[in-house]
Design a protein around this ligand. Structure first.
Ligand code: ASP
Length: 478
């Protein structure tokens, strides 16, 4: 008798979670097909790999295309619908969460790398990428100042396409080798890629202004709210392609990779240290902080985020996953005013997985090079690893580039990044998954903590003459 009930329950579950199930199947198929193709035929040419990646590339392009309009419209409408003190309170909660989680990720990474000491075994091959080479003279203050420069964009249209980056080069006709520091020349370049921080900052200010304009700003407020809703509808269509897109992206990446056995032999301990850190952080520290903040554990939410996590793994980009993350949190009943602030800002500056990896990688390389480091250096590594994770863009392997400044802290040259490049593409996917998960859990926590504020905002919006102040303003009118 209970059979039909069970089977209809199962059917309901499958229907409700079909996209999630399909995306997870996409990841599995991508890995299996990739491994089969890599080992049965080959070697594969770059052109063939490009053909295989093509459907995945189209999926990524569609997601990326949504980022700028979605980000600007959703932050502006979210902030515009709250008054200044409310949005200030939500922002403060989010920033405290970002800070606590990032610092604890770095500390965990340092504890693991100093106990496991993965750098003391094996011999590692070195590979180099152009991007790191070009950036090798850029120091921590340069990266941090670029971050602030990008926050204050000088041209908002340009910010949708390019971001500022300091470049340091030798004067013309002088050979670079052994050139003293003070003779290097600074120049600013606009590099491809949206300046997300500049757009976030501009949208926050625009939203605040629209909110303050009240009646006069209503038209703009409605415009941005409608635009954001339209973007979410497009997102819900694009998301249905994710199982296929993710499968092709992963297959191509696996075919492209270096010999897995060799990599595991050489970098196995390093890989395991980062992985252990990511798992402990994502499933230990974050739930603990969530518990301390809300009194409950977030595991049931993590389950509901599976589709988002699979997309993050497949794309290796927090920014590209952002539309899916917002859509999923909307589906979970989170307040759009919280989601639309916490997710875009988090996807840009809150990267716990990246912070943990930066600390582990820098100390791993120091151990491998047999450079001894003091407690002071470890503290400096934790600060620069935090800064490097904030400075890293939400795109694939951005952490590898900002790693240069952490290495500099340990007194190692930028080219040492080459030691870990072989496994970076894979670790990048895992750390992106944790980055995205932490942002999503943070949104749920901030949402829980802001319920009262949001209710008051709703009441004020319904009856603007009867302004209700928060309890800490000692003026609660009902
Ligand atoms: N790919 C990461 C992200 O988008 C950044 C990084 O660690 O390289 O979150």
């Amino acid at each position: 008798m209970t059979r039909p009930k069970n089977s209809s329950k199962f059917k309901g579950f499958m229907q409700e979670n079909s996209l999630t199930i399909l995306t997870i199947i996409g990841v599995a198929v991508g890995i299996i097909v990739g491994l089969i193709l890599k080992n049965s035929t080959g070697p594969w040419t770059k052109r063939e790999i490009m053909y295989i990646a093509f459907p995945g590339e189209l999926f990524l392009r569609m997601l990326k295309c949504l980022i700028v309009p979605l980000l600007v419209s959703s932050i502006t409408s979210a902030i515009g619908s709250l008054d200044l003190s409310m949005s200030g309170r939500i922002a403060t909660r989010a920033i405290v969460y970002y800070f606590l989680t990032t610092v604890s990720a770095v500390i965990l990474g340092i504890v693991l790398v100093t106990t496991i000491r993965p750098g003391q075994v094996g011999q590692v091959d070195e590979f180099m990428t152009d991007d790191v080479e070009k950036n090798s003279k850029v120091l921590t203050p340069d990266t941090l100042m670029d971050l602030v420069r990008n926050m204050f964009s000088d041209n908002i249209v340009q910010a949708t396409m390019f971001q500022y980056r300091t470049e340091i080069s030798a004067p013309k006709n002088i050979t670079q080798k052994d050139l003293p520091m003070e003779l290097w020349e600074f120049s600013g370049k606009y590099k491809d890629g949206s300046n997300v921080l500049g757009l976030v900052m501009f949208s926050i200010i625009l939203g605040t202004t629209i909110g303050r304009m009240r009646e006069q700003g209503k038209l703009l407020q409605e415009f941005f709210t409608t635009l954001s809703e339209a973007m979410m509808i497009i997102t819900s269509w694009v998301i249905w392609i994710s199982p296929l897109g993710v499968a092709f992206l992963i297959t191509a990446k696996i075919i492209e990779m270096h010999s897995l056995v060799l990599v595991v032999q050489q970098l196995g301990w390093y890989f395991l240290t980062v992985m252990l850190g990511l798992i402990l952080h994502g499933f230990g520290t974050i739930p603990l902080l969530f518990f301390l903040g809300s009194g409950s554990l977030p595991y049931k939410y993590i389950g509901k985020l599976s589709q988002v996590l699979a997309t993050a793994f497949g794309t290796g980009s927090s920014s590209a996953t952002m539309p899916c993350t917002i859509k999923c949190l909307d589906g979970m009943g989170m307040d759009p005013r919280v989601t639309r602030f916490v997710i875009p800002v988090g996807a840009t500056i809150n990267m716990d997985g990246t912070a943990l990896y930066e600390a582990v990688a820098a100390l791993f390389i120091a151990q491998y090079r047999q450079v001894s480091y003091s407690f002071g250096t470890v503290i400096a590594v934790s600060i620069t690893a935090t800064a490097a994770s904030i400075g890293a863009a939400g795109i694939p392997q951005a952490g590898l580039v900002t790693m240069v400044m952490v290495l500099d802290t340990v007194g190692l040259p930028a080219k040492d990044v080459s030691l870990i490049i072989a496994v970076d593409w894979l670790l990048d996917r895992f750390r992106t998954t944790i980055n995205v998960m932490c942002d999503a859990i943070g949104t749920i926590l901030v949402n829980k903590l802001s319920v009262k504020d949001l209710e008051i905002a709703d009441r004020n919006a319904a009856d603007p003459h009867e302004l209700v102040e928060l309890s800490n303003g000692h003026e609660l009118k009902d």
